[in-house]
Design a protein around this ligand. Structure first.
Ligand code: 13P
Length: 253
């Protein structure tokens, strides 16, 4: 049985005060459900990670980073390693978010190194995949998502892949208010689960969590979560408002 998982990706938002206040407000409003019935994580910007992990260390809400670098240490100016993230109390790390793929220019090969390094460093990677609008319109969704998953997980054993959470985030639905319909999302989630069964085995495919992301709001969360293969939600904009994020957590139970 897959426990639902809701993660908030704060992207490049908040400041030193609002990050801590937001995290505390989420903790206090979700104390009854977070941890027990639904796993919850927040992913603040790097510079606020430590303040947030300290502020909510006694809660059952986990903290994740939005990115990492795959080397362990050394002359990599501006980069952050898995061990540094682990050191300050991070549990999760997003890898291959669409904004890193399409704004920063990350490719599958780099993303695969990041997923691998996250696992080796004791973090739980959330590998994000999803097609662009023109790819969907050209009927290339299956091809793109299959390539991103195969390349993103390349070289990882079944044991290592069991540390991974996948997130399907159609790029055209991110920050646009255009949510994939529950049926559109379910179709891709089922495709991903089938692919994992082919690549690994049916046990892993049934155990692994696949989140949906892209304009998730309190009003559409329950219907998305009602789909067989949607195990959780990766929330951007709505995770910056504690009431909305907690309403989404409640809808996921
Ligand atoms: P929005 O919820 O703002 O569309 O962002 C989704 C996302 O990119 C989460 O990682």
């Amino acid at each position: 049985m897959r426990k639902p998982f809701v993660a908030g990706n704060w992207k490049m938002n908040t400041d030193s005060h609002s990050s801590v206040n937001l995290a505390k407000a989420i903790v206090s409003a979700s104390v009854e459900i977070a941890g027990e019935s639904v796993a919850v994580a927040v992913c603040p910007p790097f510079v606020y990670l430590q303040a947030v992990t300290t502020a909510i260390s006694t809660s059952s809400i986990a903290v994740g980073a939005q990115d990492l670098y795959y080397e362990q240490k050394g002359a990599f100016t501006g980069e952050i390693s898995a061990s540094m993230l682990k050191d300050i109390g991070c549990a999760y790390c997003l890898c291959g978010h669409s904004e890193r793929r399409h704004v920063i220019g990350e490719q599958d090969e780099l993303i695969n190194k990041k997923v691998t390094a996250a696992i080796s460093g004791g973090l739980l990677p959330i590998l994000c995949v999803g097609e662009l609008l023109e790819e969907r319109q050209a009927n290339k969704t299956t091809e793109v998502v299959t390539r991103q998953i195969k390349n993103g997980l390349a070289g990882l054993s079944v044991e290592k892949v069991s540390a991974v959470t996948l997130a399907y985030e159609p790029v055209w639905a991110i920050g646009t208010g255009l949510t994939a319909t529950p049926q559109q999302a379910q179709e891709v989630h089922a495709l991903i689960r089938g692919l994992l069964a082919e690549m690994y085995d049916s046990h892993l495919a049934e155990e692994i969590r696949i989140l949906y992301g892209g304009s998730v709001k309190p009003g559409n969360a329950a219907e998305l979560m009602g789909q067989r293969d949607i195990d959780g939600l990766l929330v951007g904009g709505a995770s910056l408002n504690a009431d909305d994020f907690v309403a989404i957590i409640q809808a996921a139970v």
